[in-house]
Design a protein around this ligand. Sequence first.
Ligand SMILES: [Zn+2]
Length: 361
Amino acid sequence: MPRPARYVRPVAYAALKLRLVKTPGLSAAAPALLAAQRWAGRRLTASPFITILAYHRAADPTAPTEYDEGVVDVTPEAFDRQLEFLDRFCSVISLSDLHAFARDGKKLPPNPVLLTFDDGYKDNHDVVMPLLAKRGQSAVFFVATHYLEARRLFWWDRVNLLLKRSTKERLELAYPEALSLPLRTPAERAASIRAVLRVIKDRFALDLERFLEALAEAADVHLSREDERRRVDDLLMTWDEVRALRKGGMDVASHTSTHRVLQTLPPDRLAEELRTSRATLEDVLGEPVKAISYPVGKPLGRASHIKDAVRDAGYDLGFSNCSGVNHAWSFDPLDARRMPTDADTSDAHFRTVIAVPYLAT
Ligand SMILES: [Zn+2]
């Protein structure tokens, strides 16, 4: 994906820095370059950033799907190359490293990078864990507990399935407001999917079950429980697989219960989402769960009532999504910022944003 022109100079500069660090033969041949390499290396190791990367799925983004294709952030091959790069130049840290830093002021290793995967897709267990384990690295897997427990499709995958399968030319919805959704062309279908997802993400106190039932009715697409369970078994992890992640040295933490945007929930529902998912996970894992990533991930910012609710529910680390860069000196444990990843990201761009995280936001 082409980058805006204003990024070209910093990108070129960062690429030059990384090239100097990565090419020992070059520096051995030229003392000036050796000095430059040392300088670049020092700059790189004295990173003022705590880089937290947000992924969802590692899969083939070109494979046709009835579900949401937007959650495939990386191919397994590109992820493997990213891990190789992190192994050489950064320190992949764990949740306990970050806890020790945030709670006890313990120093983090040079160039700390925390890898996180949201939601609970099956490829996290089948594809991601083996790639991490190969290099002795780990990641945090945040799971939306209700869907794994009840074997239901995530709401965004359900919306995609309903609207991609519908043979209607237009859907008319009355709840929570009048909504007309054209489905005649692929572009209209894509826009209508976005419009439905926007309602779920933005509408305060939405009755999600009611809305999804009305959508299925309007689309005239009906999924039997048996069919849904079979689909979920292909798409999401089981609790046994979640336990296997933990046994394999990975961290597992909460992504709420039903994956609602916290800012859209009344106080009682908010407390329930936070507590239920933590209790379920502690039951599954047999250990305390103290970290959560916020669905859809708007930064909490000044939403102090949400921070209070997160703290009251027993969490001491909270991650927002795609919200930017953490500076080590101003790290907010309940609003840790994460950088997005994207299936279009080239290896060169990935390396550049690790060196200069501002370029990812
Ligand atoms: Zn999510």
